[in-house]
Design a protein around this ligand. Structure first.
Ligand code: BTN
Length: 327
């Protein structure tokens, strides 16, 4: 991936034709360099028309991320956040993790990394997270806790609650959670959360909270994903602005993380259960050792473990590499 592609795309984002000559002049490079860069854009899921004598036209331009729009409508006091917007990065989680190792963390502001494109997005359980240029909201936020890591059970469930609250505030209803924090729309995956923890037993500790929300996935991306997925465009029929949803999410995450730090997961338990897609349903639970448990979902415990009524009684299963599916 090279930066020049993004420079060209920013000139093409008006949806008009631009000649190679003009693009080269504007970017002070050769025409050959422009045409070479644009040869590779197919992999980004970009629909580019090339017409002899007229030049290039970008048919599905991206609504770019920008800090002013992110902080515009939701009364966020932007000084709380240290925002870094990447055109491309391997993974926003990777960036915030390595940034933590490199330097003394600035404890006054909440670091947030957002990307137009992740080249190596990561999901839970070692899976990949696929998204194309501008077709998803992919970002990570790092939160510093005074407690040690052991006090953070339930955190991943609380993040699911924050996302559901925000989606509902945009009138996106019928969204639900699959334990621990997949966001579903009628059993199809709309968003996912990857939380990675670092720190000392007695604190402080850090959570890098990575969130991916599908906005308008291209056919290429959809076909790379094994499970059933859906995006906001399919749900609403509108091209929603990632900036507005991100602004609302940052505001909600800051509130919810502050409450979680004070009150723990118990405070959110009933709300989480009310969003659970499989509450009271018969499910299979595949454990990390591949053993499969059958049971009826009976809420979650105070530390966010999934509770099942099985043949042998009521048991709870902690966060980690456990998967749930409808019986
Ligand atoms: C999952 O459901 O498996 C979790 C997906 C998490 C994806 C997000 S996108 C932003 C952040 N950076 C990553 O590499 N992954 C998370």
């Amino acid at each position: 991936m090279s930066q020049i592609i993004f420079c060209i795309l920013r000139l093409l984002d008006d949806g008009e034709f631009h000649s190679g000559v003009l693009l080269a002049r504007q970017l002070q490079c050769s025409r050959a360099k422009i045409s070479k860069a644009l040869k590779d854009v197919d992999v980004l899921g970009i629909d580019l028309t090339k017409l002899c004598g007229r030049g290039y036209r970008w048919e599905n331009p991206v609504l770019w991320l920008n800090a002013n729009s992110i902080f515009r409508d939701f009364g966020i006091n932007s000084k709380f956040f240290d925002l870094k917007i990447f055109d491309f990065v391997d993974s926003t989680n990777n960036f915030l993790l390595s940034d933590l190792e490199k330097k003394q963390s600035n404890i006054d502001r909440i670091p947030v990394a957002i990307a137009e494109l992740q080249t190596n997005g990561r999901g839970r359980l070692g899976r990949s997270w696929y998204s194309g240029l501008g077709d998803s909201l992919t970002f990570s936020l790092r939160w510093r806790f005074e407690h040690g890591i052991s006090a953070l059970s339930g955190l991943s469930l609380v993040i699911g609650v924050a996302i559901i609250r925000v989606l509902k505030s945009f009138s996106i209803n019928n969204v639900s959670l699959k334990w621990p924090n997949d966001i579903l729309f009628y059993h199809q995956k709309l968003a996912g959360v990857l939380i990675e923890l670092r720190g000392e037993i007695f604190g402080p500790s850090y959570a890098v909270i990575g969130i991916g929300i599908n906005f308008k996935l291209s056919g290429i991306i959809k076909s790379s994903i094994e499970q059933k997925v859906i995006d906001l465009f399919t749900i609403t029929g509108e091209r929603m602005d990632r900036n507005l949803i991100l602004g609302a999410l940052l505001s909600e995450l800051r509130n919810i993380l502050t409450d979680f730090e004070k009150q723990g997961f118990t405070y959110f338990r009933e709300e989480w259960i009310s969003y659970h897609a499989y509450e009271g349903k018969a499910v299979y639970l595949t454990l990390p050792n591949s053993a499969v448990i059958e049971g009826i979902v009976d809420g979650v415990s105070d530390d966010g473990a999934l509770c099942l009524i099985t043949n042998t009684g009521r048991s709870s299963y902690t966060a980690g590499d456990v998967s749930v599916r409808l019986k």
